[in-house]
Every structure is written in C-alpha cells, then in structure tokens.
Design a binder for this molecule. Sequence first.
Ligand SMILES: [Cu+2]
Length: 188
Amino acid sequence: MSAEPRTTSPRHLPGPVVLLVAVAALVAGMALTVGGVAGGGFTGMMGRGGTGAGPMMGGAWGRTGPGTASEAAPGDAGFVAGTPSAPRVIRVTAGPGHAFTPSTITVKAGETVTFEVRTMGLSTHEFMVGPADAVAGDVAGTPEVADIGMMQTKSLTYTFSGPGPFAFACHATGHYEAGMQGTIVVVP
Ligand SMILES: [Cu+2]
C-alpha cells in the first residue's frame, strides 16, 4: 500500500502495467542509444539523437518536424524546390553496411539540394554526387565529402542543372564495388 501514492498519474493503472510501460520505455531508449544501427528511422532518432554526439549532428539533425522541406519530394503536397539561397535539405544515411538510405532520391530539375549525410555503423564513408558517369568513375573534381565517421554528419550542396543522369556513391575503398551507390531521379 505504501508504494501506491507515489504514482502521480491521475489514472489508476495497476502496478504491473506501470512497470511494463517503464520497462518498454527503457528498452526503447536503449535501442535508440545503442544504435540507429537497428534502423529506428530518422524521426525516432532525431528526438533523442543529440546526446553525446559532436556538434556536427546537433544542428543539422536537430531540425525535426513534419513540415521540414526534406520530408516532401517533388510531386508531394508541401514540396518546395531548393534554391541556391535556400537549398532543400535531404538526409541520407550511409551504412550500416555498404548502402545508402534512401538509395533513390528524386529532385526537381534545376533545384539545389543540401545533402546531410550521416554515417551509421563502424565504417567511414564518403558521399559523392554529380553526373552519373563522373560518379561511377570517381572522377577528380566531382563534388564529394569524405571521411564521414560513425555518427558524424557532413553536408554537401549541389545544384542539379541539366537533364542528368545524376548519381551518388561512396568511393571508400571497396564500397562502390560492394554496391554503395544511389540514383538521382530528375523530374521536370
Ligand atoms: Cu562507404
């Protein structure tokens, strides 16, 4: 009896239920902390993602909320094309493994996009974007951010001029060959 009044909840939940909820919350919290690796998704992780990470991710990944430009792709309600002065932000996760999420990104012809690339998992990745042939060939001068370590985020802004095709890829040793590449779909 003495423990009951400590529960401040107005609803009378039986003790075991309260305990279960507490445990579930704890487990969920742990899962998020230990690893975005598990794939909780952007929304889930952003809520708590700030803990213990470097300043890089604090700002870039703190922007949450359903109305964020990056949530809407061309054709979606609420889509706003990026411009040089106000690029559309698209978040990309590199890893775990040799993969980008998403692996297909749709842009409007001519729009300017800032890719915020975050590494999940132990490998260090790179993010190159540009004309598909230049990206495939790792051609010098193709826009790229490199050395994106675990839980780090780096940004790259690119304007999709012309019809394409465009692509993105990671050219850390062996990664591209293992399939670490993505497609840019340009819509008029
Ligand atoms: Cu990689």
